[in-house]
Design a protein around this ligand. Structure first.
Ligand SMILES: Nc1ncnc2c1ncn2[C@@H]1O[C@H](COP(=O)(O)OP(=O)(O)OP(=O)(O)O)[C@@H](O)[C@H]1O
Length: 249
């Protein structure tokens, strides 16, 4: 479980997170939505401690790493997370198999003799077969996303964090990625936090949607609650209209 309590983060004078409270329960898919620059990435980076919050607390599996500088403790917490970057960030000079193997080598104690089998299993989990010797440049956008996910899964994370997983994909490929996220939940009971601008995706994959506005959680609820809300700020965002109370910068 991830528990975020009264989290603040400023960069100089700029207040980005202004008292965020949020709990992500085991096995849940939580989507974080909100306009550009509202602090979605900042929130995720605080969770994995790529940046240090200004105040507040984050508990990961009841343990508090919020302000530790101890490299071993930080490594231990980061190992619990699989972070799927927007572009997938595959190494073009390595084969697909070597890409998936990468984390095994540096982040696990797995013996080298098991690498091939683990790589095959993780690729199978994301629906890919016999692609180990291909290069990322030979893959479609959707396949790249799958390989990136397989690479993240290779180190057996407890939590998956997705940063705009459907951005830049056509509607059909977006749905393939949605299914993949749901599949991870079904097959692995994976707990996931997904940053997205894509409401269709948020409605499909989420147990809980969290709307960030003004550095706070303005609304937290199920997809049904979001579809039916009367809150004018949330309505404007989910309906995607320029008319409404949200200030456009
Ligand atoms: N390291 C940093 N130093 C200074 N300002 C930062 C830093 N990181 C983020 N910010 C600022 O914090 C604000 C929130 O950024 P963040 O990337 O968290 O937003 P976001 O909601 O993820 O946006 P987007 O949807 O556009 O990706 C922005 O105004 C950004 O310029």
């Amino acid at each position: 479980m991830i528990e975020i309590k009264d989290l603040y983060k400023s960069f100089g004078d700029k207040k980005v997170l202004n008292g965020v409270n949020l709990t992500v329960k085991e096995g849940e898919v939580v989507s974080v939505i909100g306009g550009s620059g509202t602090g979605k990435s900042t929130l995720i980076k605080c969770i994995v401690r790529l940046i240090k919050p200004t105040s507040g607390k984050i508990l990961i599996d009841s343990k508090d790493f919020t302000y530790t500088d101890d490299e071993f403790r930080l490594a231990a917490i980061r190992r619990k997370f699989g972070y799927l970057f927007q572009e997938g960030a595959l190494f073009d000079s390595l084969s697909v198999g070597e890409n998936v193997e990468f984390g095994l080598r540096y982040l696990t104690e797995e013996p080298k003799s098991k690498y091939k089998e683990i790589v095959k299993d993780k690729l199978a989990l994301v629906g890919l077969k016999d692609v180990e010797n291909m290069r990322p440049s030979e893959l479609s956008g959707g396949m790249k996303k799958r390989v990136a996910l397989a690479r993240v899964l290779a180190v057996s994370p407890r939590y998956l964090l997705y940063d705009e997983p459907t951005s830049g994909l056509d509607p059909i490929m977006s749905d393939v990625v949605n299914e993949l996220i749901l599949d991870m939940k079904k097959k692995l009971n994976m707990t996931s936090v997904v940053i997205t601008h894509d409401m269709k995706s948020a409605y499909k994959i989420s147990d809980t949607i969290v709307f960030l506005y003004g550095g706070k959680v303005l609304m937290q609820g199920t997809p049904e609650e979001f579809k039916n809300t009367d809150n004018p700020y949330v309505r404007q965002f989910v309906d995607g209209t320029s008319n409404g109370p949200i200030k456009i910068n």
